[in-house]
Unconditional design. Structure first.
Length: 135
């Protein structure tokens, strides 16, 4: 049997790593379609219900907005506005239906209410400052 060279060993390892990586990337997408509980892509008419509550001493509110938020057209907030103590919390709906905010951008949540609560948690008592917009 021929001896295994370093080059062949590295080539084989690279091929296995590439195949394993491709399988890891493809597998979750394939599995997501097989389950009923995977989030469906949101439709424009799929706006969450309004809310108004006090969470950890802060007033959080959310409601559909006709103008689509301060960006206009509703492409980021999907026509939904969220407020913490009367200051607008910039929110964005992801393609998978989850929501993120300018305060907790890397932690998607299922609803705008959850985004407002996560922002309050992150603020730890600090005031929410208005998000600067360029018009």
């Amino acid at each position: 049997m021929p001896e295994l060279s370093r080059r062949r060993a590295l080539t084989a390892a690279a091929a296995l790593a590439t195949a394993a990586g491709a399988q890891t990337v493809v597998a979750p997408a394939a599995r997501a379609g097989d389950h009923d509980h995977s989030p469906a892509a949101p439709s424009p008419s799929d706006s969450p219900a309004s809310f108004d509550e006090v969470y950890k001493g802060r007033r959080i509110q959310g409601r559909p907005s006709a103008g689509g938020g301060h960006h206009g057209g509703g492409h980021h907030g999907a026509g939904y506005a969220v407020f913490v103590d009367g200051v607008e919390l910039h929110v964005m709906r992801n393609a998978d239906g989850s929501w993120i905010s300018v305060v907790s951008h890397y932690d998607p949540v299922p609803t705008p209410r959850a985004a407002a609560r996560a922002a309050v948690d992150e603020l730890r008592g600090a005031r929410l400052l208005p998000f600067p917009t360029a018009h």
